[in-house]
Ligand binder design. Sequence first.
Ligand code: FAD
Length: 455
Amino acid sequence: MSEASCAVVLFTGDLRVHDNQALAAAVAECELVVPAFVLDEHLLGVVGANANRLTFLLECLRDLDDALRARGARLVVKRGEPVAETIKLARRFKARSIHVGEDRTPYARERHERLAKACEEERIGLHSHLGSSVVAPGALTPTGGSHYRVFTPYWRAWRALPVRPAAPTPRQVHPPDGLPAPRLPALRSLTSAKPSPELTKGGESEARRRLAGWVRGGLSHYGSTHDDLAAEDTSRLSPFLHFGCISPRTVLERCDDRPGGEEFIRQLCWRDFHRQVLADRPDLPRADYRPRGDRWRRSPKDADAWREGLTGYPIVDAGMRQLAREGFMHNRARMVVASFLTKTLYIDWRRGAAHFASLLLDADVANNVGNWQWVAGTGNDTRPNRVLNPLRQAERFDRQGDYVRRYVPELADVEGRAVHQPWLLSAAERRALGYPAPIVDHAEAARELLARRRG
Ligand code: FAD
């Protein structure tokens, strides 16, 4: 009797069973499938301190195992070097091929090249599937260029492309005999850092629930309220997209042709935009995309005040405290705090991006660095010297001050819009608050920035 054919599916940034091209292709190709995830020692070293992302990741893996179990299989979880561990599994189960969800970060590309070499040596077929973008990096290029540098033309070209059909969701996944039961490590064996107290729960089930709720609820008024800090009227899907608990294609399909859909899909396109820049400019996490001759200030004291949410500018401090509390920050607040660090304090965007990466659930090389460079004026912004005035931003996007009161407990009793300018309160009132005075004069700092950049 001939042996049943077997394939390994290596899950990476696609922790889901719906619209998962790698899983669907493995099930279509072979009778038996080994679903596997490797906790990469290298990445654990890099992101080890981000207890938030690790907490979320473990929840994703638990949920993925549940989904696979409902289909007859289990998720094999290994810890170590992903290429070696995957090849070991393929040998053990005599797999003839490996299907992998491919990503295009510099590290993922290097890992993929090593995997391709090992598969060639072992005579195992390797099939990669790009499901983490709607449009794969490099699939769209402008005339005469290797990537789009400006968003609007990219958005037009991106929107005009037909969307690929969804990968079928397998009803059954047949594992080979002897598939080990998953052993998920405890968080404390991966990091000594403590997660933020109010993290969103991870996993595909939660992502699908959230998307369904979003389509029924927030989406229709996204265009008018997505910048309202207190309303929290955004989808909060970014961590789920980052871990691939839901495919961006599914999000697009569910939101298309609905009220609010176009504005929302335009935001989703930003994700692919930054990915195609990074794929072509792998030095982006370190080097300025468009150098402006900046000689950044080194001020550990100011950088610490920013990180701790103690700058004396309530809207900035509220954003930074939301990040510490939830591992998440509203997009408008991200822009305000990033502008404050790079343009008001004139501190290197790399320091801000590193702090975000240590706490954000959705921290993602392309989006984090791309957006930081955009705000710092070293990236793709066509108006690189615009400076966001924290007070004006607060008055526009936190009209009644509710966002500040929610995240800055020292200011919780200051009523109305007065919360945005505590320095106008009486000396006795200010003393009673225990909230710091502004560490810098914003207007003066903005003038200095322009002088530096022009000079
Ligand atoms: P929604 O408003 O509901 O938008 C839907 C989806 O569109 C998001 O989930 C996200 O995938 C995508 N999106 C929206 N805005 C952007 C954008 N500007 N760039 C790229 N994709 C976008 N986003 C990340 O996913 N990871 C990061 O590490 C990250 N770092 C950022 C750093 C800075 C300094 C700034 C200004 C923005 C950053 N963003 C990052 C973009 C944006 O803030 C988040 O994607 C958004 O706040 C996530 O919330 P949401 O899912 O509710 O977004």
